[in-house]
Design a protein around this ligand. Structure first.
Ligand code: PMP
Length: 404
């Protein structure tokens, strides 16, 4: 991969020469192609979609629909009707929680999550527990940072109505064997929601092969603007589940007595969507596909392998998650003896390096598995290179030397 060429495509690195951006798990930077696609939409065809019987509205509708097609092809969904545009991964999961709860859950039912979930894949289930009397169970995570598959199988009891699992952890980097997990669950008739927020930006995703019923993506973590994400629903679910929000665009007819709604996916998209962000999402996918998801994965394994090797040599540093780079993404959480993660992040910032500190919206993981309240996290993407890692390691060594 020509990283120099790739870096040149991202205007932020021209604005901030020398910036080492290691926080792509929080949000990615945006290439010029995506920024231009958004600006071009506003400049040339800004109009509301699905309504105007005039040229620029039809062009805006076509561009929005093309973005939906791009998402469908990117994850190998059977058709673009299986793709619902949402604001982000969080909204995708909440949509499933509401639609699923309204039609399929009753008191005493169980949602099986895992201890490595982001709060976005825990809190909506806790909310249902409070409102509907369901229970939330959690699959364990091993000390090596892998999902405990035996525990997952054991906990797939008859009252589990949905299993929810991340494809890749935003802290441990662990890539879960989602195809196997879906197979175990489906064998018992249990549908699975896969949180792809940390996987879709980094590796090839094939929802058809995976067999999951729900898969969520967060656009802003994969070069797209903020305010756009996607929820994939299988044919069975997208036809069976009721809408989540009511309003314009999702209806077929409204009377004083009631309403009928559009077929999927429009029944799930009430109101004016983030049109320009969806178009930017489509452009981001074109950009990623030009590089190729296999090439991106290969590049990130190389970076991760190198970073893990360098970090493990530093005394006083604990690196979390699987030891093998092949089993994980380039999100690397770590602790340094005697230095608070927030102090560490500020010291990195002083050297023009962006890293994240805190619980990364995974308090149950920190409390139950890592045994610390907070960690520091570096995370890589297509515009990072070995020099970025060398600089981060040099700075980390200097911080430790100075503070000890
Ligand atoms: N799931 C995972 C694994 C994440 O890392 C994140 C973002 N940190 C989310 C869900 C939520 O994504 P968003 O904030 O875009 O909704």
């Amino acid at each position: 991969m020509n990283i120099k060429g790739i870096k040149n495509d991202f205007p932020i690195f021209r604005e901030h020469p020398g910036l080492v951006y290691l926080d792509s798990a929080a949000t990615s930077q945006k290439p010029k192609a995506v920024i231009d696609a958004v600006a071009n939409h506003y400049r040339t065809r800004n109009a509301n979609i699905h309504r105007g019987i005039y040229k620029i509205s039809e062009e805006a509708t076509a561009a929005y629909d093309a973005a939906r097609d791009a998402v469908a092809k990117f994850i190998n969904a059977p058709s673009s009707r299986n793709i619902i545009f949402v604001r982000n991964a969080t909204e995708g999961i909440n949509l499933v929680a509401h639609a699923f709860a309204r039609s399929r859950l009753k008191k005493g039912d169980v949602i099986l999550a895992t201890l490595m979930e982001h709060h976005a894949n825990i809190v909506p289930w806790h909310m249902l527990a409070k409102d509907r009397g369901i229970k939330v169970a959690f699959t364990n995570v091993t000390l090596e940072g892998y999902l405990d598959e035996e525990d997952f199988k054991k906990k797939l009891t008859s009252n589990v109505k949905l299993a929810a699992c991340t494809h890749a952890s935003n802290v441990l980097g662990t890539i879960n064997p989602v195809k196997r997990l879906v197979a175990y669950a489906n064998k018992k008739g249990i549908p699975v929601l896969v949180d792809g927020a940390q996987a879709a930006p980094h590796l090839p995703v094939d929802v058809h092969d995976m067999g999951c019923d729900f898969y969520v993506l967060s656009g802003h973590k994969m070069l797209a603007p903020s305010g756009i994400g996607a929820l994939y629903m299988s044919d069975e679910m997208i036809d069976a589940l009721p809408p989540f929000m009511g309003g314009g665009d999702m209806i077929e007819a409204v009377t004083t007595e009631g309403f009928t709604y559009q077929p999927a996916p429009l029944k799930f998209e009430a109101g004016t969507p983030a049109i320009e962000a969806a178009i930017g999402f489509g452009e981001a996918i074109v950009y990623l596909q030009k590089i190729g998801m296999k090439a991106i994965r290969k590049h990130e394994i190389e970076l991760t392998k190198y970073a893990l090797h360098q970090m493990r040599k530093i005394r006083g540093v604990t690196v979390y998650g699987p030891k093998k780079a092949e089993d994980r993404t380039g999100a690397i959480a770590f602790s340094v003896d005697g230095i608070h993660p927030h102090d560490l992040a500020s010291l990195f910032d002083a050297e023009n390096i962006c890293v994240r500190a805190g619980n990364h919206c995974t308090m149950p993981l920190h409390e139950n598995v890592l045994g610390v309240n907070a960690t520091t996290r570096m995370s890589f993407y297509i515009y990072n290179d070995m020099q970025d890692i060398d600089k981060a390691i040099r700075v980390l060594n200097n911080i430790i030397r100075t503070l000890k």
